[in-house]
Design a protein around this ligand. Structure first.
Ligand code: HEM
Length: 457
């Protein structure tokens, strides 16, 4: 916990155990970065030290920037609970001070470590709105995202909701849906990869909560910071676009566990272990559209598949631990393969028990979804959990806002979901209730807005 209040402007060093650049991808962090939860973002997260050594941001509580008071672990924790008196200012914890860069080759919110709070929101352009107005909207949105991600107030009529907080690893990510292109006369620019996903026999999709002309993903390690951004983005839409659907999600708060760990989902499983890692040679090729890719405005971009997946928790929780572990093929406690070892041990897929049965069942989710079982299909899973209350019969409306990223959905999500659709052991415990596919262009360069190469190309 000490890191939460200890300033650290030096470049993070790889840790011996949880080397995030190797194991990390989304959801794991090195011990040093445990409190920020931003392990993969070493180059993109900045914590600005004040001259006095304490982390200082424009919105620092009270006069912390001036006093440069750096607290130890206990003081940092107390800073959340008790309002500081005027002469006892508390610097932002590293969690609040963590800043993700808006500009870059790729948009933020893809390789950024999972944040504690997320909002997914889709918009439809309003009648009569075309390319020009859409371009103006993306320009407004980009300016707002840039300001808020830097911990600044939004351009106009800021609501003060995030006033006392730092950027808290806020990311705002923008994507275009299939329907955007006809609405704006840009059909010729529509990527083939954005062709509608095939129907899957197990789908129970609610069309009203699926698709959309535009998609925005917001993530932050503070719920108020995330809501503030959501509201600013919605207000920026003005009369140009209307919210089509919106979903709220969460992940574990950075620093909640004694050491950095891969996230757990609402079934209790460690989820994200085998995600592609930014340190792997083929990571970019799997996740991002290459510079030479088509259409050219998607260079550096990625395709996001979004699925609201309800977990049938009443059924799931009736299973014995052994049965739950057989469904996935991994131990629930530590995510290790059932064939032993630790979370990162390679599973022995052919290993049998004394009776000749495969130790990792033939229909185990973690066996069936592997790239080597699906012609190399791989994706970066970066979900949020959701819980939207209980149905009248007491059944939880909870599950996974499954967001996965890939250079081409036909070589990522689609073949794997086709396989799962035919039935893996997990399928009977989940239900896909909403779906979207969005083209997420590369990051905006300095002076550029997201999507400019499409809208002004
Ligand atoms: C609520 C639904 C789901 C749950 C609870 C779930 C859970 C898990 C868990 C616990 C693992 C093993 C640990 C890991 O490597 O992350 C895993 C692996 C994986 N899942 Fe899922 N999953 C779900 C849906 C999906 C869907 C819809 C897809 C794609 C169509 C998918 C693709 C994968 C992939 C690609 C892996 C890693 C396989 C590997 O490389 O070894 N999952 N999932």
């Amino acid at each position: 916990m000490a890191e939460q209040s200890t300033p650290d402007a030096s470049p993070p060093t790889p840790s011996s155990k949880g080397d995030a650049s190797k194991e990390g991808a989304v959801g794991t962090a090195s011990p040093k970065e445990a409190s920020s939860g931003n392990a993969p973002l070493r180059e993109a997260v900045s914590q600005k030290p004040s001259p006095g050594g304490a982390i200082s941001r424009r919105r620092l509580i009270g006069t912390a920037g001036a006093t440069g008071l750096a607290l130890g672990a206990a003081g940092g924790a107390a800073g959340y609970a008790a309002a500081p008196s005027a002469d006892q200012a508390v610097p932002l914890s590293s969690l609040g001070a963590d800043e993700v860069m808006f500009h870059g080759k790729h948009q933020p919110g893809i390789t950024t470590a999972l944040q504690a709070r997320g909002h997914l929101v889709a918009f439809d352009l309003t009648a009569g709105v075309g390319r020009r107005e859409a371009a103006a909207l993306l320009r407004r949105w980009s300016a707002t995202a840039q300001r808020l991600m830097a911990g600044e107030a939004s351009g106009s009529e800021d609501t003060d909701v995030a006033r006392d907080a730092g950027p808290s690893s806020l990311t705002v990510t923008f994507g275009f849906g299939h329907s955007f292109f006809a609405r704006t006369g840009l059909e010729k620019q529509r990527p083939i990869a954005l062709d509608p996903l095939p129907d899957f026999s197990s789908d129970h999709l609610d069309k009203a909560r699926s698709d959309g002309d535009l998609w925005v993903q917001i993530g932050a390690n503070d719920a108020l910071v995330a809501f503030h951004a959501l509201r600013a983005i919605q207000k920026d839409a003005g009369s140009a676009a209307r919210v089509r659907w919106q979903m709220n999600g969460f992940n574990r708060s950075p620093g909640a566990t004694a050491q950095p760990m891969t996230a757990r989902n609402l079934m209790g499983q460690i989820d994200g272990t085998r995600n592609p890692k930014p340190s792997e040679a083929d990571f970019d090729q799997r996740i991002f559209v290459p510079d030479s890719g088509e259409p050219s405005w998607m260079a550096g971009g990625s395709y996001a598949v979004v699925r609201r997946i309800r977990m049938l928790l009443d059924d799931w929780e009736k299973l014995s631990l052994k049965d739950q572990e057989d469904v996935i093929g991994r131990r629930k406690s530590d995510g290790a393969p059932l064939t032993s070892g630790t979370e990162t041990t390679e599973p022995k897929l052919e290993k049998t028990d004394a009776s000749g049965k495969l130790v990792i069942p033939v229909n185990a989710h973690a066996r069936i979804t592997r790239p080597d079982q699906n012609g190399g299909a791989a994706m970066l899973r970066r979900p949020f959990s959701f819980h939207d209350g209980f149905d009248t019969d007491g059944v939880p409306d909870a599950g996974l806002l499954f967001v996965c990223w890939q250079a081409d959905p036909l070589r990522g999500f689609v073949p794997v979901q086709r396989k799962l659709d035919r039935g893996d052991a997990l399928s009977v415990f989940i239900r896909h209730e909403a779906s979207g596919l969005f083209a997420v262009p590369g990051g905006a360069a300095e002076g550029e807005y997201v999507g400019q190469r499409l809208l002004e190309g």
